[in-house]
Structure formats: structure tokens, C-alpha cells
Design a protein around this ligand. Structure first.
Ligand SMILES: *[C@@H]1O[C@H](CO)[C@@H](O)[C@H](O)[C@H]1NC(C)=O
Ligand SMILES: *[C@@H]1O[C@H](CO)[C@@H](O)[C@H](O)[C@H]1NC(C)=O
Ligand SMILES: *[C@@H]1O[C@H](CO)[C@@H](O)[C@H](O)[C@H]1NC(C)=O
Ligand SMILES: *[C@@H]1O[C@H](CO)[C@@H](O)[C@H](O)[C@H]1NC(C)=O
Ligand SMILES: *[C@@H]1O[C@H](CO)[C@@H](O)[C@H](O)[C@H]1NC(C)=O
Ligand SMILES: *[C@@H]1O[C@H](CO)[C@@H](O)[C@H](O)[C@H]1NC(C)=O
Ligand SMILES: *[C@@H]1O[C@H](CO)[C@@H](O)[C@H](O)[C@H]1NC(C)=O
Length: 384
């Protein structure tokens, strides 16, 4: 009995796979495993091992998810090594069944002291914000730091602007200008320091384009008449250029309705009076991402009576102009006549003083705008 117990304890952990769930069960009694010394080579970003047996195909797994087939049956390239303790395993998929695993990097410190619920999003065109919660078992003096890393160039940027909670622990970071980062895969990493214990890191990896929350559309032009209305808008983004839009239209007293479109303008026939707002969503990643915020509501009044039809307005303006021109012309003609055939003051004063005075009243130079009729000035000077 003691021998059986000892035998169970001596079995390597990698051999304890439930046979009914594993398509490649392991021969627990394998005295000479075909693969030994599974290890990570962080400098070369390779998961590698020593091959001893006759195997024809090996598969590599990260946290139990198939990742890639092994190269030359001796290694798998792992381009993006996580800072968190990760389970790397390999399995012989053709040949004598076998599998084994390692954890890399090894777990240091209490995982519940690490930053929790790390999420990052791009917003308001230029900004990137990441936020996280203080680990529930973090020491009181814990401090967290965030780094952004481009996974193509491995260039890193430390956060420059943090927001801290009441204890002074950083819980949010903001970058103000995302145009300096590339659109490639980006890693967000939060590690920490605290007295006494090591604080494990937390990370998430994503494309910036995929985590963008689009800003509300800007209305760039709008107009309407009785039979037609038009509204155009714009959505700015450094990362996406393929958008779809949702409109919410509320006509008169009717119930509001929603409409999804791909063009950045709205045309309505016989629009009447209505209110519309629009919001945008990335058309490429629309399954992952929510709608952005609504634009400012736009109120349109396009009914007859509410505003004069264009033709009537034009007609009225034309009539007004004609009337004004007619008056000015009359004034000017009168003045020119007076200039050409100036009245003889003294003689006329005697003969028809009343009439002359009446006309002088009408032609008071102080009341007439000089710009309207410059000739009037000449006439006045000529009279004096
Ligand atoms: C690591 O992954 C392998 C394969 O999926 C699994 O058998 C093993 O239990 C995992 N180890 C840990 C510590 O989760
Ligand atoms: C290795 O195994 C394959 C089939 O699994 C077999 O055809 C081949 O002969 C074996 N080679 C050696 C050297 O044992
Ligand atoms: C992290 O998110 C989960 C799920 O929303 C929540 O239950 C948990 O309390 C959060 N952790 C912290 C430290 O707030
Ligand atoms: C953002 O960075 C780019 C590239 O460095 C620069 O050209 C641009 O002026 C910056 N924008 C702002 C608002 O700082
Ligand atoms: C946190 O991560 C950054 C970037 O990888 C590294 O430069 C820094 O030394 C780490 N700090 C700690 C305390 O581990
Ligand atoms: C409204 O504007 C459209 C487009 O310019 C035009 O075709 C139409 O005749 C106008 N309707 C009225 C009633 O003015
Ligand atoms: C909308 O217009 C305002 C003011 O011109 C500008 O500050 C803002 O960046 C614009 N937003 C978008 C998404 O274009």
C-alpha cells in the first residue's frame, strides 16, 4: 500500500491529465518521455525542449489554447511574452501520445495584490485612458505604474498623467495624443511596488482601433425647405475610417424611430418639423464595440408658413430693392434737373415763394443721406 501511495506522489504533475477528456492521453508509466526539459528562452522568445523519442508533430498551447505547431519539432516562437504567470504546454499530436507544461514567468507575490480589471479605451479622437482597481489583497502602500508597449517595435511609453484614489494609489492613466502610437497591437501593462511583497503585473493587449469609442458626430451642414431637407456630419478618428451611423428621428408628434445608414448625410423629402440626432459606430469592429454618444439634437422646421418659401422671399427682396431704387432715382433726377436748370432764386422768391419753400423743406440736406444721392449736395451748394 505504501508503495502505491509513493508511486502516485512520484508521478510528474504533467502526467495527471484526465484521460476521458484528453484526445491524446499520456502513458503515465512512460519511463522514457519523448520530450524533456520544457523551458522558455525569453531572449529568443522561444518555448523549447529536448526531443528524445520518435514523434512526428507537436503542438504548443498557451493557457490551454492551441497556439501554433512546433518548428522542426523542437521549438515554438512566442512573440508576445506575457508579464503575467502563463501556462505554456506542448502536446504530441502525431506519434506516441505525450504532453507536458510549464508556467512562465513563475508566479511571484500574491496574484490578488495585482491591479484588477485593467481596461483601456481611446476616446474623444486624441485620448487614451486606462483604468484599474487596486488589488483586493494589495499592501496599503502599493503603487501602480502603467506602460504602453508597441508589440511590433517593442517600444515602450510610461504613463505621464495618473489619477490617484484617496490613498494616493494610481488607478487611472491618460495619454493625451494617441497619434504618436502606432495602430499595431499594443500591450498595456500595470506593475506595482509595495513594501514587503512582490506585486504581480497585470496586462491586456489590443489594437487601438479596436478599443476606440467614437466621439459624437459633428454636424457640418444642414438646411431645408418645404419639400426637402439635408444634414451632413463628420466623425473624426486617427484609427478608423469605416463608420456606420444610427439616426434617431422624431417627426412632429409621431414616435421617434431609428435608422441605420452608412453614408454621412441624411436627406428627407417633405420633412415638415422634426428633430434628429446621430451617433457613430466603427463598421469594421462593430460586433465588439458599442455606439458612440449621440450628437447634439438638431431641430428642423421646414413647413410652409413657418418660413417663407424661397421664391417668395426672393420676390419680396426684389420688389423692395426696386422700390428703393425707384425712390433714389426720383430724388436724383429731381436734383439733376435742378442742377441743369437752376432756379433763379430772387425772381422765383418773389413770384412763387410758397412753392419754393415747400420744396426746400422736402430737400433738407440734413435729412438726405449723402451717399444715397451725392448730387443732392451739389444742388445745395449751388443754391447758396
Ligand atoms: C497548464 O495547461 C495544461 C494543458 O492544458 C494543463 O494540463 C495543466 O493543468 C495546466 N497547469 C496549470 C497550473 O493550470
Ligand atoms: C517513427 O514513428 C513512425 C510512425 O509513428 C514510424 O513510421 C517510423 O518508422 C518511426 N521511426 C523510427 C525511427 O522509429
Ligand atoms: C473587477 O470586476 C469584477 C466584475 O465586474 C468585480 O466583481 C470586481 O469587484 C472588480 N474588482 C475590483 C477590485 O473592483
Ligand atoms: C500629437 O503628436 C503629433 C506627432 O508627434 C504632433 O504632430 C501633434 O502636433 C500632436 N498633437 C497635439 C494636440 O499635441
Ligand atoms: C514595470 O514594468 C516596466 C516595463 O516593463 C519596467 O521597466 C519596470 O522596471 C517594472 N517595474 C517593476 C517594479 O517591476
Ligand atoms: C427645395 O430645395 C430643393 C433642392 O435644392 C429643390 O429642388 C426644390 O425645388 C426646393 N423646393 C421648394 C419648395 O422650394
Ligand atoms: C467638432 O467640432 C469641434 C469644434 O469645431 C471640435 O473641437 C471637435 O474636435 C470636433 N469633433 C469632431 C469629432 O470632429
Amino acid at each position: 500500500m505504501a508503495f502505491v501511495c509513493l508511486a502516485v506522489f512520484l508521478v510528474p504533475v504533467s502526467g495527471l491529465l484526465p484521460p476521458d477528456h484528453d484526445p491524446y492521453p499520456i502513458d503515465i508509466s512512460d519511463p522514457d518521455p519523448p520530450i524533456k526539459n520544457l523551458r522558455m528562452e525569453p531572449e529568443r522568445k522561444r518555448l523549447t525542449w529536448d526531443l528524445h523519442g520518435n514523434v512526428s508533430e507537436i503542438m504548443c498551447f498557451i493557457n490551454s489554447k492551441a497556439f501554433t505547431k512546433a518548428r522542426k519539432k523542437t521549438y515554438c516562437s512566442i512573440p508576445d511574452l506575457s508579464c503575467q504567470a502563463t501556462n505554456y504546454s506542448i502536446k504530441v499530436t502525431k506519434g506516441q501520445p505525450f504532453s507536458t507544461w510549464i508556467q512562465y514567468p513563475s508566479q511571484e507575490g500574491n496574484p490578488r495584490a495585482a491591479a484588477e480589471n485593467l481596461t483601456c479605451w481611446v476616446h474623444d479622437v486624441d485620448f487614451l485612458t486606462c483604468s484599474w482597481a487596486v488589488g483586493r489583497e494589495a499592501p496599503r502602500d502599493v503603487q501602480y505604474h502603467l506602460y504602453l508597449e508597441n508589440l511590433d517595435s517593442y517600444e515602450k511609453w510610461p504613463c505621464s498623467q495618473y489619477r490617484a484614489d484617496e490613498q494616493g494609489t494610481n488607478v487611472q492613466c491618460r495619454f493625451h495624443n494617441i497619434s504618436v502610437f502606432s495602430k499595431d497591437l499594443t500591450r498595456f501593462l500595470v506593475n506595482g511596488t509595495g513594501s514587503g511583497s512582490k506585486i504581480p503585473c497585470s496586462e491586456t493587449t489590443d489594437r487601438l482601433a479596436k478599443i476606440e469609442v467614437l466621439a459624437a458626430p459633428n454636424i457640418t451642414s444642414r438646411w431645408c425647405n418645404q419639400s426637402y431637407s439635408f444634414m451632413q456630419w463628420q466623425v473624426r478618428s486617427h484609427l478608423n475610417d469605416d463608420f456606420k451611423y444610427e439616426l434617431q428621428i422624431q417627426k412632429g408628434t409621431e414616435l421617434a424611430y431609428k435608422q441605420e445608414i452608412y453614408k454621412a448625410f441624411l436627406e428627407l423629402n417633405n420633412p415638415g418639423t422634426y428633430t434628429v440626432q446621430v451617433r457613430a459606430r466603427d463598421a469594421t469592429f462593430s460586433h465588439y464595440k458599442p455606439w458612440g454618444p449621440w450628437s447634439v439634437p438638431q431641430h428642423f422646421v421646414c413647413e410652409e408658413g413657418a418660413r417663407l418659401p424661397v421664391w417668395l422671399t426672393s420676390l419680396l427682396i426684389a420688389l423692395g430693392t426696386l422700390l428703393a431704387m425707384g425712390l433714389v432715382l426720383r430724388f436724383c433726377r429731381f436734383s439733376v434737373m435742378q442742377k441743369l436748370f437752376p432756379p433763379i432764386p430772387h425772381m422765383k422768391d418773389h413770384i412763387n415763394g410758397k412753392l419754393q419753400n415747400g420744396r426746400t423743406m422736402t430737400w433738407d440736406p440734413d435729412q438726405d443721406s449723402q451717399e444715397e444721392c451725392p448730387v443732392a449736395e451739389v444742388q445745395v451748394l449751388g443754391e447758396t
